[in-house]
Write a protein that binds this ligand. Structure first.
Ligand code: PAF
Length: 272
């Protein structure tokens, strides 16, 4: 039986928790993270908290999809143990919540286009970790830079939390599931699947030995021919999120683009 809670009490703290943080507008991608959480056989706790601090743009915050009643129903049917719905004042009391700075990697790619975004993400995730005290936490690989920075924070702060990474959940055309997709028209959704085809194309070029820069340039030109406005398409070394060098073996091709003015991100792993 799922319990809906707004604060964390001693009873919850006495349990071993697998934590799945979300900002709501639950979709199948979130549910795949819940499934991974359930595989731990620990108590699963899903938070829904729309974190104002990680939005660099007020309009984006206001327009972020929200469907709380439906989310609760979906999560109850998925069999999670707790749904945590904190008030903003519980997450951010007037004092005592440290701001977490993301460092250099927080200022590139998503961080460059959305100044302050990762500071907001790390600050809330650290605060949630502090409240929930999970032994495990699940994050999706779609937000690759976020995942990298959270793992960094865990190392840096020496937190005893095991991170479980969820694969990107895609629709039948390859579009990565995201709460923001709810704002896309059916035609835009179909068009947005070009983002993934483009990643596959560039990955294929790189795998067949083509030059990194040329492949990315080609991919950027191709994607801009659709009704897609590219923000960035870039290659990073998975180990450090820097531009790959001749020793890099595990690469990530990361992309952010706008379709019907909705910002979408995606990525693909390339092993060379
Ligand atoms: O990935 C998200 O949904 C959010 O960035 C997170 C991790 C829940 C923090 O607000």
């Amino acid at each position: 039986m799922t319990k809906v809670i707004t604060t964390i009490n001693e009873d919850i703290l006495s349990k071993k928790i697998c934590f799945i943080p979300t900002m709501g507008a639950i979709h199948e991608g979130h549910l795949s993270l819940v499934d991974l959480g359930k595989e731990t056989n620990l108590n699963t706790l899903v938070s829904i908290f729309l974190n104002r601090k990680q939005f660099n743009n007020t309009e984006d915050f206001i327009n972020y999809p929200s469907q709380l009643e439906q989310d609760i129903q979906i999560l109850e049917s998925s069999g999670v143990d707790y749904i945590f719905l904190p008030e903003e004042s519980y997450i951010y009391p007037s004092q005592g919540v440290p701001t977490v700075l993301p460092g250099k990697v927080g200022g590139i790619l998503e961080g460059l286009s959305r100044p302050g975004h990762f500071e907001g993400v790390l600050t809330v995730v650290n605060r949630l970790f502090d409240l929930v005290q999970p032994s495990h936490a699940v994050f999706g690989k779609k937000d690759a830079q976020q995942l990298f920075l959270i793992k960094n924070m865990i190392n840096e702060f020496d937190l005893n939390i095991k991170i479980i990474e969820g694969e990107i959940f895609r629709d039948e055309n390859g579009l990565a599931l995201s709460s923001r997709n709810k704002h896309l028209s059916p035609a835009a959704k179909l068009n947005a699947s070009n983002i993934f085809s483009n990643l596959l194309y560039v990955a294929n070029e790189i795998n067949s030995g083509k030059d990194f820069k040329e492949s990315v340039e080609l991919g950027s030109n191709l994607i801009n021919q659709n009704e897609i406005k590219l923000d960035y398409l870039d290659l990073v070394d998975e180990e450090n999120f820097k531009y790959p060098n001749k020793y890099s073996r595990k690469l990530k091709l990361v992309i952010a683009a706008y379709v019907e003015d909705i910002r979408l991100i995606d990525n693909i792993d390339i092993k060379i």
